[in-house]
Design a protein around this ligand. Structure first.
Ligand SMILES: *[C@@H]1O[C@H](CO)[C@@H](O)[C@H](O)[C@H]1NC(C)=O
Ligand SMILES: *[C@@H]1O[C@H](CO)[C@@H](O)[C@H](O)[C@H]1NC(C)=O
Length: 223
């Protein structure tokens, strides 16, 4: 009776150990795959950016690309293909570039100039694609994508308002600290602007009325 129990215990132990061993073997095979991936390869990292997050409709915006080889081998036949956001047109430079080789630990850079046709919109730059040969003695092309970035495109009027607010902060010598201060300042600037605009309109209407009266008087004299 006792020996039966021991046998059972041994069997249970054996079963448990095979269950424990199974995942370890799986982990071993993963390590094998990693070793395979450790074959000397190039790895390109592409950063795409614009210096300012706030840009203005109708003004030149320079898009910059920085390609870095963080791998263990030279990247060959490196090709960059970029795309424009729907709101912009290309004014200078190219969206497709062939760089040839990029050695380990080195950067290559590219830039082009675009102009946004619409304002008052948030735009996310589409990602640029890079393709290259990552292993020597291979012709297989590896594909990669760039980082991307969100921009806000101001209309020229919004840019003026921003300048006005900045000037306001300067004129108030730091008085406008809280968001509600900013809002009040914006309301004041808006009201003064509207009042000036309205006054100008009235003067213009009065002037044309005066001109019409003068013309009528001249016609009377000519009779
Ligand atoms: C905008 O870019 C175009 C093309 O590079 C250039 O001819 C023009 O002078 C630029 N305009 C400004 C204001 O920098
Ligand atoms: C416009 O003319 C009216 C009289 O016709 C006058 O009362 C008013 O003050 C004038 N407004 C301006 C801004 O000159």
């Amino acid at each position: 009776m006792r020996s039966v129990q021991i046998t059972r215990g041994v069997l249970a132990l054996l079963l448990a150990s095979t269950l424990l061993l199974a995942p370890i073997r799986a982990a071993d095979s993963v390590v094998d795959d990693d070793e395979y991936a450790d074959v000397q390869r190039a790895q390109l990292v592409v950063r795409k950016f614009v210096k300012e997050e706030l840009v203005v409709q109708g003004k030149n915006v320079t898009v910059e690309l920085d390609i870095f080889n963080s791998g263990l081998s030279t990247a060959d036949a490196v090709k960059l293909e970029d795309a424009l956001p729907a709101e912009a047109t290309l004014v200078d430079g190219a969206l497709e570039v062939n760089f040839g080789k990029v050695t380990v630990g080195s950067h290559v850079k590219h830039s082009y100039v675009i102009v946004f046709n619409t304002g008052s919109v948030q735009v996310t730059l589409p990602l640029a694609r890079v393709s290259y040969i990552a292993e020597t003695d291979s012709t297989e092309r590896t594909l990669g994508g760039s980082s991307t970035m969100a921009l806000y495109v101001m209309t020229p009027v919004q840019q003026l308002q921003r300048y006005a607010l900045q000037a306001g902060a300067w004129a108030s010598l730091g008085f406008a600290r809280t968001p509600s201060d900013w809002r009040n300042l914006a309301i004041v600037i808006g009201t003064v602007g509207t009042a000036l605009g309205a006054n100008w309109m009235v003067k213009k209407v009065n002037a044309s009325r005066v001109n019409r009266k003068r013309a009528a008087a001249l016609r009377e004299l000519e009779k």
